[in-house]
Write a protein that binds this ligand. Sequence first.
Ligand SMILES: Cc1cc2nc3c(=O)[nH]c(=O)nc-3n(C[C@H](O)[C@H](O)[C@H](O)COP(=O)(O)O)c2cc1C
Length: 178
Amino acid sequence: MKKNPVIATTGSIAIYRICDLVRNLSKKGVYARIIMTKNATRFISPITFATLSNKKVIVDEWDEGMLHIDLKNEASVFTIAPATANIIGKIANGIADDLVSSTYLAMNVPVIIAPAMNPNMYLSKAVQRNLKLLKEDGVIILDPTHGEVICGDIGYGKMIDIETIEKTILEFHYKNEF
Ligand SMILES: Cc1cc2nc3c(=O)[nH]c(=O)nc-3n(C[C@H](O)[C@H](O)[C@H](O)COP(=O)(O)O)c2cc1C
């Protein structure tokens, strides 16, 4: 079975930028599977991602069967973008209490995360500690850039540009699609 990128979106305001990322991938013929945390759906409706990706979007792990295992089998690469402080904390510590965190644990393909958060959150000891753990676990972390975040604060925390995320996804996708 031909595989596709699986992209998990979480509850950060930076999620609106992922719409363009998904559209750009689709235009290249790479149709990503989008999964969302419940909080992500408070920012963007699943129907938006379903339309842009041409694939059903999955939010609720209780929808049908063992979705996290199905997702493992279809993934060429797994990306969490934007990655909230919350999901970073959960996956760094082996917590699997929703579809995104359970899917992370089940994955056996490269994992990319693109953190996005307020600079104080990003520089907090807990988030830095969790990112260090993820790096040691082999997760590819696309560090946020310096700049003004949406709340007006300036510092590190702005999600990296979508072109870099796309390039990194495609690099692994083309290696693992078959
Ligand atoms: C308007 C708004 C914007 C937010 N933006 C971020 C963000 O950029 N990064 C972050 O880590 N949390 C952000 N949060 C907080 C998260 O949504 C919250 O921690 C939530 O529990 C994350 O859930 P999830 O990781 O399951 O999606 C924001 C909350 C609101 C209401």
